[in-house]
Design a binder for this molecule. Structure first.
Ligand SMILES: Nc1ncnc2c1ncn2[C@@H]1O[C@H](COP(=O)(O)OP(=O)(O)OP(=O)(O)O)[C@@H](O)[C@H]1O
Length: 299
């Protein structure tokens, strides 16, 4: 289990992570979403022990992460630009990780090399961006990490490789309860993979929920009344966004579907539809709610 307690990290005058609290359960695939500059990479680097926090505690299995060799041997971090030693081939990188990670699995490495059809004798820097990322996944998964940290993991991978990588991640989570932390702007992918999501903005977590709960708690409503809008109608609704299109009102609201439906039906609407939202839509409206607005985006 990963525990983040009252963590702060500043760069000069800028507080990149502000008093953060977060728990990630073992075997979870946890998606970290957020606006540009929200602090996602900083948080991942803190969890990966690359940065040290100014305040608070970051624990994996109740052990502090920073400068903890035991923990570092159980965590693998694929950064947004994967890291390789200069002039190294994939084979040499494998030998390097084998010397660091006691859990290195040579059979797994050989299997993955075949799966990806990887040329392990070529220098990594000569590969394309996508193939470098494939190499990072092969190496990372061969260390059999307890915690895999992925910053924009699918960037540069083609759709076939994305599917392959997703399958491999899910397999390791199912078979040995690997915990995965993913920062991504690709919400479709997060929606596919993650069981939990947190949305960050300006160094803070705005929402942190099971993905299914987040999706079942946010709805798009279309409603119209015969005559003017009843004044009581808007009360008792947590509205993230509203628009008027002719006589039809469009709302994005938080709450339980049954409660919202019961509330609206009391006002005898002549049109009433309640629709689920995609994670992308939820993200956009929640961001709008904290002033990171994009106008007129209702579909
Ligand atoms: N090494 C650093 N030195 C100074 N400022 C930094 C450093 N790393 C990050 N920052 C600042 O901290 C803030 C958070 O950056 P971070 O990279 O964590 O955001 P992010 O959520 O990953 O953003 P994006 O989605 O754009 O990749 C930004 O304002 C950034 O400029």
């Amino acid at each position: 289990m990963i525990k983040i307690r009252n963590v702060r990290k500043s760069f000069e005058n800028l507080e990149a992570v502000e008093n953060m609290n977060l728990t990630v359960n073992k075997g979870s695939i946890y998606g970290l979403l957020g606006s540009n500059g929200a602090g996602k990479t900083t948080l991942l680097k803190l969890i990966g022990g690359i940065y040290v926090q100014d305040d608070g505690a970051i624990m994996i299995d109740d052990q502090s992460v920073y400068e903890n060799t035991d923990i570092k041997q159980r965590v693998f971090f694929i950064q947004d630009i994967p890291y390789f030693l200069p002039q190294y081939t994939v084979k040499q990188m494998a030998q390097f990780y084998e010397s660091i990670y006691p859990t290195w699995d040579q059979n797994r490495f050989e299997e993955l090399v075949k799966t990806f059809n990887m040329d392990i004798h070529k220098k990594v820097h000569k590969f394309s961006k996508g193939i470098q990322r494939q190499a990072a996944f092969i190496l990372g998964l061969s260390t059999k990490p307890e915690v895999l940290i992925l910053d924009e993991p699918m960037d540069g991978l083609d759709p076939v490789m994305r599917k392959k990588v997703k399958g491999l991640l899910i397999e390791d989570v199912a078979e040995r309860e690997m915990t995965v932390l993913i920062s991504s702007h690709n919400l479709r992918e997060v929606e596919d993979l993650c069981d939990h999501v947190a949305i960050m903005h300006k160094g803070k977590i705005m929402i942190e929920k099971e993905l299914d709960d987040l999706k079942s708690d946010t709805h798009k409503i279309q409603v119209a009344f015969n005559g003017s809008i009843p004044s009581e109608f808007i009360k008792h609704m947590k509205i993230l966004h509203q628009e008027k299109r002719g006589s039809v009102l469009l709302f994005i609201v938080n709450g339980k579907e049954e409660e919202i439906t019961a509330h609206i039906k009391k006002f005898n609407p002549i049109i009433f539809d309640i629709l689920p939202l995609t994670l992308e839509e939820i993200f956009i409206y929640e961001m709008g709610d904290v002033g990171y607005a994009v106008e007129n985006i209702l579909g």
